[in-house]
Structures are given as structure tokens and as C-alpha cells.
Write a protein of this length. Structure first.
Length: 405
């Protein structure tokens, strides 16, 4: 759930821990720390104008756990306004210069449209970055609009459905060397109490019964390959992220049907101009059904990637199909010299097909502009406020904590 953070960091005394920097290392993942300001500094100065700001050091060379609990509000086209309470804990299991940060995060969200979302996510790095353990558990009760399959769906012919669901995705990855990892996982998704809430004709009710069952289950193993050279995964400044996930769902493990999918997710970040702190980023994603028939609500769809961030300019679920090809580029630039305010311009393109070999006959572009407000200069976390446009008059605000990709 994209969110707007309302809580203050704790007066700068215990900021989120950062990657320890060795004497010979140069961390180019963020602008010069001595010049940056964030909302914590602004609010501290506002309420305590005579109190000096805390020392701007981001080198943490211990394994202390740092915890935060904050209220927040968010907004998307899908949820409307939403209120939530968010908790996060971050720490290092190693004080080496190349140690990667571990984190646990969760929140409880209730939206304007009576949606409930409770994610629980763990990203754990063991000592020496030898293993990466990734947990993604979620519960949702989610009134949502569906528009049918493919690119010919009518934006005025959506139907509201209600359902509850849980997601249990667990992966353990081992380092192969450098920034390469390979691992195995178990993925389980269950959706139940699926029902239409709109008044429908008998014929349409019968059509929906053929598409949606009262409950749907997917259960299977996943093989994952990862390359990630980014120094800061919250606000990437440079590097490459390349992730491949092959998922095999089996009736023998409780799945509604046998089906296989493949996700290829590639992201590149570079400074442009080269000596500046402005970032030009690219995101390519292929989300493919290799064999079988996935449940309708688990098919590739706009805004239903793991972080619910694809397709700015369109409502979540606007397009859906067996296969999704997605491209997005974003240019991130500073507005104020102290790093407090920044801006972005973005474009994206999505395509859906029933067969992998289908010609790319229909593209759905999106584009827009946004502001970035620095919430925490130590972690690089920004409040992202974007306004996106799509086809057929689709448009709206998209508010997120942390960069879209």
C-alpha cells in the first residue's frame, strides 16, 4: 500500500542504520551527507528553533536494532484515502564494510473503500552476506474493480468484486560470489469469498462464474536467481538489479490447477549527468504464464506486481492477461541544494497478451510528474507524490513511501 508518512523520526538521535563505510570505500549512493536536510530536521527546527541539529553521521558500526512505529495516510486510485500504522525494524548482522541491511516491516491499513491490508515482510542478510532470507506474508480484504482480459476491455465496463486473500512467499537464497544469489522458495496464495457486489444481469452473473470461482488457491515451489549491485535499495542511485523467478504450482501441493509462471525483472540506475546526483533509471519486466491456467485474480495485471507500483496513470487491475510486458523510465533530479525537495518525470508502457508469441499490437502508455520530499537523509527514504496520466482520460495521484522502483 503506497503511504504518506506522518510520524517524525526520533529527533535525529537514532536514525535508521546505514551500510558501514570502510576507510578506503567511497559510498556514492547518496549526496554529501553534511549538506542534506530532511523533514526531521525541518520539524525539529520548527518546534525547537534554538536546539542545534544532531551530528549528520550515517556510519553505524554495530548490530543494534533500530525500531520505528508511525501513523500514516496514503492515497491511490484503487484505495482512495487510507489510514495505517506502520512498524519497521532495521539492523546489521555484520559490521563489515560490505554488510547489507536487514529489516522487518509491517503495517495495518484501512481504506476509504473498506479495504484491509496487513503485510509482514522480512529481508534478512546473514553474516558475510552469505544467505538472504526473504519473507512476504500478506492478508487483504479487498473490494476491487475488474475489467476483463486483454487490451480491448472497456474502462466504463468494470465490475466491483469483493474477496479476502492471504499470500505466503518464503525464499532462501545463497551467495554464489559477488552480488550473485540463487535460491529456492515456497509460494502460497489463497483467495476466498469471491463475489460480485454490483447489480448484474443473469447472463453477466453466469459469465463471471465461468471466470471467477468462490475460492482460488495457488501453491508451488519457486526457483530464484538474483543479481543486485545497488548500494541503497530504498533509494537506488546507481547499480543493476536483475531478478528471475520461476514458479511451479502443483495440484499435489494444494493448487487449484497446475500452472507455471516466469518473472524477469531488470532495473538499471545511473547518474545523469555523470557528475551530478540526478538519476536516470530504467525498469523492464516480463511477467509470463508458461503453461496452464492461473486463477483470474493471480494473472499478471496493472499494479499487481509484488510492490503494487507498476502502471502509474492507471487504476490497479485496469489491464490483465496471461502475459505482461512492462517498461518504465524515470528521471530523478534535485530541486533544493540541501536535498530536501526533488522532482521526477516518468513514462511507462504496458502490454498484455494471451500468448507469449502474440505480436505487440496494443500498448498502453502512462506518463507524469512528481515531487520528492526527503523523510530520512540517512536511509534516503522519500515521500513520493506523483500525478500520472493514461489513455481514455485515466489520471490521478499516486502517493508512495520510497521510490517506485
Amino acid at each position: 500500500m503506497p503511504v504518506m508518512l506522518l510520524g517524525l523520526k526520533n529527533n535525529g538521535q537514532t536514525p535508521l542504520p546505514q551500510r558501514p563505510v570502510s576507510q578506503n570505500a567511497v559510498d556514492t549512493s547518496s549526496p554529501a551527507k553534511t549538506k542534506e536536510k530532511d523533514m526531521g530536521d525541518v520539524l525539529l527546527h520548527l518546534f525547537y528553533p534554538h536546539k542545534p541539529l544532531p551530528a549528520d553521521s550515517t556510519e553505524v558500526k554495530d548490530t543494534k536494532k533500530h525500531f520505528s512505529l508511525v501513523p500514516a495516510v496514503g492515497y491511490t486510485l484503487q484505495t482512495g484515502f487510507a489510514g495505517l500504522v506502520s512498524g519497521n525494524m532495521a539492523w546489521y548482522n555484520d559490521i563489515a564494510g560490505d554488510a547489507k541491511i536487514s529489516s522487518i516491516s509491517t503495517n495495518v491499513t484501512y481504506s476509504q473503500y473498506r479495504q484491509i491490508m496487513i503485510p509482514f515482510q522480512i529481508n534478512l542478510w546473514t553474516k558475510g552476506n552469505r544467505y538472504n532470507i526473504i519473507t512476504d506474508f500478506r492478508f487483504i480484504k479487498y473490494p476491487s474493480v475488474i475489467y476483463g482480459l486483454g487490451g480491448d476491455s472497456d474502462p466504463n465496463q468494470g465490475y466491483t468484486i469483493d474477496f479476502s486473500g492471504i499470500k505466503v512467499h518464503q525464499t532462501v537464497m545463497r551467495a554464489l560470489g559477488g552480488d550473485f544469489y540463487v535460491g529456492l522458495g515456497y509460494y502460497f496464495d489463497k483467495i476466498w469469498h469471491i463475489r460480485a457486489t454490483d447489480s448484474l444481469s443473469d447472463d453477466l452473473k453466469e459469465q463471471l462464474k465461468q471466470t471467477l470461482h468462490r475460492k482460488e488457491t495457488a501453491s508451488g515451489f519457486a526457483l530464484r536467481f538474483l543479481y543486485d549491485s545497488r548500494l541503497n535499495q530504498i533509494n537506488p542511485q546507481q547499480g543493476i538489479y536483475f531478478n528471475i523467478v520461476y514458479r511451479n504450482n502443483l495440484k499435489g501441493l494444494g493448487s487449484y490447477s497446475n500452472w507455471q509462471s516466469l518473472l524477469i525483472d531488470s532495473r538499471t540506475y545511473l547518474h545523469f549527468p555523470r557528475q551530478s546526483h540526478n538519476v536516470l533509471s530504467f525498469w523492464l519486466m516480463d511477467w509470463l504464464t508458461l503453461d496452464g491456467s492461473p486463477p483470474y485474480l493471480l494473472l499478471p495485471s496493472t499494479g499487481w506486481d509484488d510492490n503494487y507500483n507498476s502502471g502509474r496513470g492507471y487504476i490497479q487491475g485496469r489491464y490483465r492477461g496471461n502475459n505482461m510486458q512492462y517498461f518504465e523510465s524515470e528521471y530523478r533530479f534535485g530541486i533544493t541544494r540541501n536535498g530536501l525537495i526533488g522532482g521526477v518525470a516518468f513514462v511507462n508502457l504496458q502490454h498484455f497478451s494471451n500468448e507469449i508469441s502474440d505480436a505487440f499490437s496494443t500498448y498502453f502508455p502512462g506518463y507524469g510528474l512528481g515531487l520528492r520530499i526527503k523523510l530520512n537523509k540517512h536511509s534516503g527514504a522519500n515521500l513520493c507524490i506523483d500525478y500520472g496520466f493514461g489513455q481514455n482520460g485515466s489520471r490521478g495521484f499516486f502517493v508512495n513511501l520510497g521510490e517506485i522502483f
